[in-house]
Write a protein that binds this ligand. Sequence first.
Ligand code: CMP
Length: 411
Amino acid sequence: MKPERISPSTAWDAVIFAAATSVAIVLPLHLVLGQEKVPWFWVFDAVINIIFLIDLVVNLRASRWSVRDGGPVWFFVDFLSAFPLHLLPWGEVLIGLRLLKMLRVGQLMSEWRRARLQHWNTLRLVYFAYWVGLLVHLLSIGWLVIRTAGVEAPTWEGYLRGLYWCIVTVTTIGYGDITPQNNVEIIYAIGVMIVGVSMYGYVIGNIATLLTNLHPARRHYLENMERLGAFMEYRGLPEDLQRRIRAYFAYVWEQRLGYDESTIIGGLPPGLHTEVSLFLKRDVIRKVPFFKGAGDELIREIAIQMKPVIFTPGDSVFMAGEPGREMYFISRGQVEVISRDGSTVVAILKEGDFFGEMALLLGRPRVATVRAVGYCDLYSLDKVAFDRILASYPKFAAHIESMAKEREEKH
Ligand code: CMP
């Protein structure tokens, strides 16, 4: 699969996500442990402050608040969390407002989930782990506060012990080496246990669905293959034919995750349909030398009309003598052009070549048989569209005609 390109705005969103998360981890620790235990906090806060300020400017320039739901609320979230809060009286406490940025984390998560619907289930698992991790961190700090209240100053070691207790409790392992000593601690422990059990319930209840839905496209493919296999057995298709059908579906799966391009883009409104067609067919358009000099209009027209077809090794695209209904462009793979009597290979055509134009142009049967050498991704252009395009674009017509003439001389 091709690696996805990361846009600058996605990269910036990731920076904000990381910054807000680190605030959610570091800030509560700083508030509880105090300045001496986290001496680097103000450096950290300055960096975060700068990042959030840049974000404020970025959002202002992109007018994000005007397009998002609840715009003014988001402005306040961005503004308050980016304010140099420590300059204010009560700055030590007001600094907590930086945590407001966590609202953006929630929003980013749902945006990413919407943009990556195909990974919905994986993201659900990842998000769940993220929130659990953060919750355990906060619960550990809570335990530290309760445990040390009025007894001693909270320390890093105390936090570590709190984290240990929290994980042991939340995961329902419960070694019992650290136990609640007074009423407040008992109540707190009950709360944490309830949180733990609910999480457990959620995981157990969802894990089966999550796992089966992890790769919906793959499951769909396997189901189809199973049905197909049963059908072919039932109708007693020859072994070789069965093998070729399976190979075809495996190829379609590998190349396109089993999706039928035409059906998917067929449901789009005309404007989007054209854009997506152009994008999907950009490879073949780039490969066909003639298209390089062709105008945008012609390319658009051809892109909309071309339909993808796949041929497996040894398949005949058509036989000599058949009437011609469409011509083909080769997007990937090779085909051989075989003379009418079947004795010689007249030519091998590869990516970027086209064939089948002679029958359409001259209105007579195919002069040769064309057969796929390996797997071939072709795009077909039917006669009606071909004639219309020829009539509207004389340069295209001239190019095709000269090619057909050249080829005809060899027969
Ligand atoms: P058509 O006659 O429709 O069907 C067979 C196709 O093979 C023909 O159009 C040409 O596109 C192609 N073809 C025929 N002869 C040659 C050749 N010598 N070289 C390349 N392609 C050819």
